[in-house]
Design a protein around this ligand. Structure first.
Ligand SMILES: [Zn+2]
Length: 400
């Protein structure tokens, strides 16, 4: 399992100038690597591999001074990025996707990555170099190749074996992302389960009938964002005051993203840890399809369920050994959770309560859907203990 730890770093002004120069150089390198592949493919019909480009890089480093000034690790990781972009492009072509999305020309590169290599100690032991030097003061030091040590604020201890460091420039400053390799957490016994139904009126409804309000970050931030754009439009492009407005807007957007992440992280923690659930079940929504619905697209993107599911699946369940299941969402809101009969008429989104024609059950629409999701997962994972508990308490007929 891999975990990434984020810390703020505070380069001095001289260090920042160097870093920005490196980012400019890497941007050029990324674009030329892309153009190299594009040219080779369009003119000569051949594919360029990452190793070909690394050979070219080697030659360039021998030839040109400005190539030698930038650490090779950064350049290699940029070539790796281009390689990944083209791999994804080729995959999309093969799948026959509608939008193939040729890797784009970049106007900016915002991050640089380097790997931490292993080296041999005098005792013969192979260890990975530690990028952090502890000082015992408020700030520790991060070792950056060819730059020296940069102030880093370690607000939480690092876990596991650090493998890779990325320095990212954001509107609010610089950040270090340290990727560490950890041993896998054993899975806990799946005893208590809860299902959630996500929506736009409420962020989610659990199978116990509890609701979580939708914060609608984007809707809230929209007004101020518009103001920033107006200011930007009024000022002369490229001027100092224009750059100030751009920065203010970027800062605002970064804060909105942070608010969203904070909310999702806390929500997932609440569902798993506070409520002591070991299993979480959700729908397997294809968010990209739903966004195509023009009336709902903004609300759906704003809710960022994909990020929520991602957080449940990758972060918490893998790190803490919990379980996360996703089930087919078909008809979950059209079926009665008490008798299992499907409603003959399609329930529109406006109707908030589900009234069953067959057994007279009247229940909140989202709550009904959440129970259906839980039952569906229970059917799929029969034999695990939480499922039998569920069936004893609910005493429901099993089909399929
Ligand atoms: Zn019913």
């Amino acid at each position: 399992m891999k975990l990434t730890f984020k810390y703020p770093v505070y380069p001095t002004q001289t260090q920042e100038t160097t870093l920005l120069q490196w980012l400019d150089h890497l941007c050029e390198l990324q674009n030329s690597a892309r153009n190299n592949r594009k040219f080779a493919h369009e003119e000569e019909g051949r594919f360029v591999s990452r190793y070909d480009q690394q050979q070219l890089l080697k030659v360039a480093r021998e030839k040109y001074d400005d190539f030698r000034e930038v650490p090779q690790d950064f350049q290699v990781s940029i070539l790796k990025r281009v390689d990944q972009a083209f791999d994804a492009f080729r995959r999309r072509c093969k799948e026959g996707a509608e939008k193939k999305g040729y890797p784009r020309y970049k106007t900016r590169v915002r991050s640089l990555t380097w790997c931490l290599r292993k080296h041999t100690l005098k005792t013969g032991e192979r260890v990975r170099q530690n990028p952090i030097r502890e000082t015992g003061f408020r700030h520790n030091r991060l070792k950056v190749p060819k730059l020296g040590e940069v102030k880093i604020r370690m607000h939480r201890p690092i876990q596991g074996d650090p493998k890779e460091v990325t320095l990212v420039k954001k509107a609010s400053g610089w950040y270090a992302h340290i990727t560490c390799e950890l041993s896998d957490t054993p899975k806990v016994e799946p005893t208590d389960a809860i299902a959630v139904d996500v929506g736009t009126t409420h962020y989610l409804t659990t199978s116990e009938g509890e609701k979580e309000d939708n914060p609608r970050w984007y809707r809230r931030a929209e007004g101020l964002l518009h103001k920033h754009n107006q200011t930007m439009a009024r000022r002369k492009k490229g001027s100092k005051r224009w750059y100030k407005a751009v920065h203010a807007s970027a800062l605002h957007q970064e804060r909105t993203t942070n608010k969203r992440k904070d909310f999702i992280g806390k929500l997932v923690y609440k569902l798993y840890h506070h409520k002591e659930n070991k299993v979480l079940v959700a729908e397997d929504l294809s968010v990209s399809n739903m966004v195509k619905n023009k009336h709902l697209s903004k609300s759906i993107s704003d809710a960022s369920w994909a990020a929520f599911f991602d957080w449940c699946g990758n972060m918490v369940s893998e790190r803490d050994g919990f379980h996360f299941h996703q089930v087919d969402p078909k008809n979950t809101s059209q079926t009665c959770s008490a008798c299992g009969e499907k409603s003959p008429k399609k329930l529109s989104l406006v109707i908030r309560t589900f009234d069953c024609r067959f057994c007279g059950n009247s229940i909140d629409r989202d709550h009904n859907a959440a129970i259906n999701i839980l039952l569906r997962a229970a059917r799929a994972h029969r034999g695990e203990r939480w499922v039998t508990n569920l069936y004893e308490t609910k005493n429901l007929p099993v089909d399929g």
